[in-house]
Design a binder for this molecule. Structure first.
Ligand SMILES: Cc1ncc(COP(=O)(O)O)c(C=O)c1O
Length: 376
């Protein structure tokens, strides 16, 4: 079986065409030739239903996640929403208490009165079964979670879900398929915001779902993708395919830099807490070690002097751009609570860092200078 680095680079072969292109050309045609028998000799009918660039993208993601089929969407949010839309009204969802706030907001504002949900701490494994009721249909996992970097035990949740005949979906955005493959642990569907590590250059929005089995629930999702039409454009797919070729090497670089920065910050007296799954002090470090092949490029830190000091750091770093999102080559920093709004449970002194691919010595020097200047 080919390894991820190879799959990522040879994805173009999946849609080889007669002109001998070495990379996949962008297919802008929205509609495709139908022959006298009513068939589509090129294999494509209409771009909302399918398109050669999207087919290549979906195939390479399927292979990277070791699944059986992928649906690509125009954003991570709409990929997640397709799951909620595919559930019967009245279904109950168990989701993490620090679920990515965009999904939490969808459930609370769009699916209120249609679905029911409990947001619980999925790292407290003994607690979960008590929340399963007759209507429960789905357990939503996010690991590592955003922004608290909690690690959920995929194997445990998958076996609990099988016992109760529940669907499991894992938002694996922070890990990427280079670090973690939830389907290997019997999770039913893995979800990514491809805007993040897949895209890797902060210039394309996208999302995807990959399934282990093409069952009835998956057919519903496929139908939502095709009939709903929230699909990525051929150019978006081209950009993602281009970026995926370097995904494995970028993710390795992000992990290396994040580990060094986490160790530096962990030893600094201005920092109250460093949350990074690679640190042995992380409460689920052993679970991360079991199911991940690296600890990722995301770090959250809590500042001793509180919210104002946290904001001071964000405002004064030079190499860390203060902006939302993550997974790009450039380092980003964010005072997360002020982005999430007044209802957030994220601590006010927490800063989320997306560690980029700059030289790590420069990144550490930047932090060193700012941490030494925090006002009293
Ligand atoms: C963990 C996680 N899931 C999903 C999303 C949503 O993705 P998008 O912004 O592509 O809609 C994000 C975006 O920040 C995220 O961090």
């Amino acid at each position: 079986m080919l390894k991820p680095e190879t799959i990522a680079i040879h994805s173009w072969q999946l849609n080889k065409i007669n002109t001998g292109d070495v990379t996949t050309p962008i297919h802008l045609s929205t509609t495709f030739l139908r022959d006298e028998n009513g068939n589509y000799p090129g294999g494509y009918m209409y771009s909302r239903i399918n398109n050669p660039n999207r087919a290549s993208l979906e195939e390479v993601i399927t292979q990277l996640e070791m699944g059986s089929s992928t649906c690509a969407f125009s954003s991570g949010n709409i990929a997640g929403m397709a799951i909620f839309q595919a559930l019967k009204p009245g279904s109950h969802i168990i989701a993490p208490d620090d679920m990515y706030w965009g999904f939490k907001k969808q459930l609370l504002s769009i699916f209120e009165g249609i679905l029911t949900f409990d947001f619980i701490d999925l790292t407290n494994t003994e607690n979960i079964e008590g929340y399963i009721n007759e209507q429960t249909k789905l357990i939503w996992i996010e690991t590592p979670s955003n922004p608290q970097l909690k690690i959920t035990d995929l194997e445990f949740i998958a076996s609990l879900a099988k016992k109760h005949d529940l669907i499991t979906v894992c938002d694996s955005t922070f890990a990427s398929p280079i670090l973690q493959n939830p389907l290997m642990y019997n999770i039913d569907i893995v979800m990514h915001s491809t805007t993040k590590y897949f895209g890797g250059h902060s210039d394309v929005l996208g999302g995807c779902l990959t399934t282990k089995n093409q069952d009835d629930f998956w057919l519903k999702i496929k139908n939502i993708q095709e009939i709903g039409g929230a699909v990525p454009s051929p150019f978006d797919c081209f950009l993602l395919l281009r970026s995926i070729k370097t995904l494995a090497y970028r993710v390795k670089g992000h992990c290396e830099n994040a580990e060094k920065l986490a160790n530096y910050l962990n030893a600094h007296p201005a920092i109250e807490k460093v949350i990074y799954p690679g640190l042995t002090s992380h409460p689920q470090h052993l679970v991360a070690k079991k199911q991940m092949r690296g600890y990722g490029g995301m770090i959250s830190i809590q500042i001793k002097k509180g919210e104002e000091a946290a904001k001071f750091i964000c405002n004064n770093l030079v190499l860390f751009t203060q902006a939302t999102s993550l997974g790009g080559v450039e380092s980003l920093i964010e005072h997360r609570a002020s982005v999430e709004g007044p209802d957030t449970k994220t601590p006010k002194n927490l800063i989320r860092i997306s560690v980029g691919l700059e030289n790590i010595d420069d990144l550490i020097t930047d932090f060193k200078m700012v941490l030494n200047k925090i006002p009293n």
